[in-house]
Design a protein around this ligand. Structure first.
Ligand code: SF4
Length: 287
């Protein structure tokens, strides 16, 4: 079903996050095996995919979503349960969006796919004052459209390409700017309860994904065609985490693991733990 040949389309590559030398075929295969194993583990740990699922894979044309689709197609062939994939791309009508690139790529893969065209770009441009970041509204509009398309397609899961660093960055964004201890979880039920969103790359390192995407020569579509600047707060957090990682390698992994090892009784949220009802055990109770 899947062709592993690179797609012969030349586009400017996504902002480089990978400065390492080119991978040999063997190194690329090993990297793919590592990423697939990490994705498989996340899928199993959170029971992201079950028999009979129809998984809508959101493909934006960035390195993360290409890698997500590639790994899910590989897992589909090996998984002990049957599930099906349908790739969805949302063309938001950003100026210069190369509309033919993803259909050509997806045709070549012989994966089921649908391209949805909705001009959210004009809406966002109209509503957001010049110079302000457009990403908040743009993401909300996109999410609403993707939920609607998932219903139309009968998809039981919606797969997104967020990876470990996205999850840790979002944790700090919420901590620093929202006074909330929360992030994007590996599996989420939508607010209306009708959709399950999964993030199979939750255990995958961004650096590995960037190396893999480069090795596979995915036809990357630049992510800032809309002209919006990346949110300054996210930029700062990315830089902070990168600096920490340089000083103390492995810190990002430990931060991520801390999200899987939470002690509500050692935080301070009275909704999560009954601090008011906490009393010492009497001698006669402990006997
Ligand atoms: S970078 Fe552009 S397309 Fe991406 S979320 Fe922000 S406004 Fe939307």
């Amino acid at each position: 079903m899947n062709s592993s040949r690179p797609i012969p389309i030349n586009l400017p590559s996504e902002r480089a996050q990978d400065h390492s030398p080119p991978l040999s075929a063997r190194e690329l295969a090993r990297l793919k095996a590592r990423l697939r194993s990490a994705a498989g583990k996340a899928i199993a740990d959170y029971k992201m995919i079950e028999a009979g699922d129809r998984v809508m894979v959101c493909v934006s044309g960035g390195k993360d979503s290409y890698t997500l689709l590639d790994l899910l197609m590989s897992l589909e062939k090996r998984a002990p349960v049957d599930f099906e994939l349908v790739a969805v791309n949302l063309d938001q009508k950003q100026p210069g969006f190369p509309a033919g690139v993803l259909p050509a790529y997806l045709e070549q893969l012989r994966v089921q796919y649908r391209v949805v065209t909705e001009d959210t770009y004009s809406v966002v441009k109209r509503v957001i004052p010049q110079g302000k970041t457009m990403c908040g509204l743009c993401s909300r509009l996109r999410r609403g459209i993707l939920y609607r398309v998932a219903t139309e397609l009968g998809a039981t899961k919606i797969a997104l390409g967020h990876h470990r660093e996205d999850i840790v960055e979002t944790l700090f964004l919420n901590l620093f700017h929202g006074a909330r201890l929360k992030t994007m979880p590996p599996k989420l039920r939508s607010d209306d309860g009708r959709h399950i969103v999964i993030r199979p790359l939750a255990y995958c390192a961004e650096r590995d994904i960037a190396r893999y995407a480069r090795g596979r020569a995915f036809p990357i579509i630049p992510c800032r065609l809309c002209g919006s600047q990346e949110h300054a707060q996210r930029r700062e957090i990315k830089a902070m985490l990168a600096e920490w990682e340089r000083e103390d390698p492995g810190r990002t992994v430990r931060l991520f693991r801390s999200l899987q090892n939470v002690s509500p009784s050692h935080l301070a949220d009275t909704k999560l733990f009954d601090f008011r009802g906490l009393t010492a055990t009497r001698d006669d109770e402990s006997a």
